[in-house]
Design a protein around this ligand. Structure first.
Ligand code: CMX
Length: 133
């Protein structure tokens, strides 16, 4: 049920400086900056073919990105797959023993329905499923 990698999430310390690198060195164009208050992050998006790169700067030390950077430093944070039928995909993953961080989808950046799978049950990669409805 996965059509493509929707985005790759990268935790950064400073959004503005990181955007500069992606634009000036890699030649990508930041097309959106969005704050997701519920997740305590500010995000910046770049398109790379069908996939996006999502830079994530924490707006609070106790948010998921703040905690991640404190422990591991900046770097790759999660991989997000575009799926059809996110609820069924979650149910299926749970039945196969995967630990869900979201039992039901919620709204993420760009208005997508999203849900996370715990990295301890996905071989070390924090995994996001998302669906555009
Ligand atoms: N990738 C891989 N492993 C990770 C990880 C990540 N991004 N974040 C934490 N871990 C590891 C930790 O290193 C730790 O491993 P050890 O026990 O071996 O040291 C373990 O997972 C910790 O698990 P935990 O105590 O259950 O959870 P934490 O409090 O550390 O929180 C996580 C981690 C993934 C459960 C939490 O960040 C979460 O719920 N994330 C989902 C939401 C999210 O990440 N939002 C930000 C993006 C929002 C957006 O894209 O808009």
């Amino acid at each position: 049920n996965i059509s493509h990698i929707e985005h790759i999430g990268v935790a950064v310390e400073n959004l503005e400086e990181s955007i500069k690198y992606y634009e000036e060195v890699l030649g990508l164009k930041c097309y959106a900056i969005e704050e997701v208050e519920e997740q305590k992050v500010k995000t910046a998006f770049f398109k790379v073919g069908d996939t996006k790169i999502e830079l994530l700067e924490s707006t609070s030390e106790d948010g998921p990105i703040g905690k991640f950077i404190a422990k591991k430093g900046p770097g790759m944070h999660h991989m997000a797959f575009a799926v059809k039928g996110i609820e069924e995909n979650l149910k299926d993953a749970e039945e196969k023993g995967v630990r869900l961080l979201d039992k039901t989808p919620r709204k993420g950046a760009e208005g997508l329905d999203i849900a996370f799978l715990h990295p301890k049950s996905t071989h070390g990669v924090l995994t996001e499923l998302c669906e555009k409805k």
